[in-house]
Ligand binder design. Structure first.
Ligand code: LLP
Length: 421
């Protein structure tokens, strides 16, 4: 579900015609819909309303401050993986006691900062990390609330670059060592064991891998409690998928996901933490680009856009499919032809779609990449010295630039030439 649709033959973001934004900010740009973000958050949080659930939006999916503030206003907490994300979440008004810190490589400095601001919990992924956290907390005379992240060794059946819950991945602690690690957490100074954490991957379109993983977690919680440990919280991570392709089967609805969790985790009577990212932001954003040239090589037609792989890397990196819509609605009798949509970056991988059946385009036309709200802007770079593209937030019939395009002077501001040159 999203609020990008044609009205009178022109693509609108909620009540705003997309060409109006293009005229104002130039292309390419990202555009997010407030109504879509809030609706996704509400559907997800309503699904868990009968449970003691804390929703911690996964900031890595889209960390634009205006997006975070929109979600903070809905009551969202945050799942963060760096000091930078923590700063953003706090700046956007997400309360520290609703923030969980994930990630395999937290540094001592990041731990110290997170302790100072009083986050809800650290999801700890290794024994050395647990030792370091103990030292940092002890030096400060503080106690860190810890949930070891357990690797349940289940296959999430998603893209190999975004699966995390098997023993071939760097994530989490081996299942077998859970008891020993919880004991270590109990014994170490400066650490309070509060729960367990699990996250098996992203863009899951099937509940079964979740059910397997969560059943293992429930079993483990029971064993740990029997061994005398206090396990009051279970963090179940994120990963619920969204539809990208118009012919994809609908992924499970948050209500189905929540019902399964209530059945499996509910009887443990603990706080449930959820870390949705893509589900909230994915379909709440589009990337808009302009056609620079249309060229043919033999029998191939290339539409060359001013947006590139550095702006939206998912197609190059994961072979991800994004729907591509012309901003001006094609005539009903327009004949589709196979088109390769590419950017100007000097790499063959700078390709958004190959032989995609599309209506014809000409220079100056605008195109919109759907489902680009999650892992779009956050994964962009300035490769080929292309400036990071602006981000715009729409709310009903108004819009605002929430990150502007830097000029070249700003881009180069941090660089200097050594005096021996
Ligand atoms: N929690 C943890 C510990 C995670 O590692 C992730 C995502 C999430 C929550 C949120 O997962 P989500 O609900 O968004 O699926 N760049 C890739 C996705 C990488 C996901 C990384 N971790 C992509 O564009 O598909």
């Amino acid at each position: 579900m999203h609020h990008f649709e044609y009205r009178n033959g022109v693509l609108h973001a909620e009540g705003v015609p997309v060409p109006d934004i293009a005229r104002d900010v130039g292309t390419p740009f990202y555009c997010y819909s407030t109504a879509t973000l809030t609706r996704h958050y509400q559907v997800f949080s309503d699904a868990f309303s009968s449970m003691d659930a804390l929703i911690c939006y996964s900031v890595k999916a889209n960390s634009n401050l205006a997006v975070l503030k929109t979600l903070a206003r809905q009551g969202s907490g945050a799942d963060i993986v760096s000091e930078g994300e923590l700063q953003r979440a706090l700046m956007a008004g997400m309360p520290a006691d609703k923030i969980v810190f994930s990630g395999v490589g937290k540094t001592a400095g990041e731990m110290a900062y997170a302790l100072d601001v009083g986050i809800h919990q650290f999801n700890v992924e290794s024994e050395p990390e647990l030792y370091l956290l103990s030292q940092v907390a002890q030096q400060k005379g503080m106690t860190a609330a810890v949930a070891p992240r357990i690797n349940p060794d289940v296959d999430a059946r998603t893209h190999k670059k975004i699966t995390t819950g098997t023993q071939q991945n760097k994530f989490g602690l081996p299942w077998e060592s859970a008891g020993a690690v919880c004991q270590m957490a109990t014994d170490l100074p400066g650490i309070e064991l509060v729960g367990l954490d699990v996250h098996i991957g992203s863009q899951l379109t099937d509940l079964e891998p979740y059910e397997n993983a969560f059943s293992r977690v429930a079993e483990l919680v029971r064993e740990l409690r029997e061994a005398g440990h206090t396990i009051d919280r279970v963090d179940l991570g994120g990963g619920l998928g969204i539809p990208y392709h118009p012919e994809d089967a609908e992924p499970p609805h948050p209500d189905q996901y929540a019902a399964m969790i209530e059945r499996i985790i509910g009887p443990l009577n603990c706080e449930i933490i959820l870390e949705p990212g893509r589900l909230i932001a994915g379909n709440a954003g589009i990337m808009v680009a302009e056609v620079i040239y249309v060229k043919t090589n033999g029998d191939r037609t290339f539409v060359i856009l001013d947006g590139a792989m550095n702006d939206l890397i998912r197609p190059s990196f994961y072979d991800a499919y994004h729907q591509i819509w012309p901003v001006t609605e094609p005539a009903e009798d327009a004949v589709s032809l196979p088109i390769d949509f590419v950017g100007p970056v000097c790499e063959s991988a700078d390709t958004f779609a190959v032989q995609r059946m599309s209506p014809p385009y000409q220079a100056g036309d605008l195109v919109a990449f759907l489902s680009a709200g999650a892992y779009g802007a956050v994964m962009s770079s300035s490769y080929n010295s292309r400036p990071l593209i602006p981000e715009v937030l729409v709310d009903a019939d108004r819009f605002a630039v929430t990150r502007r395009r830097p000029d070249f002077q700003e881009m180069l501001a941090g660089e200097s030439i050594p005096d021996w040159l």
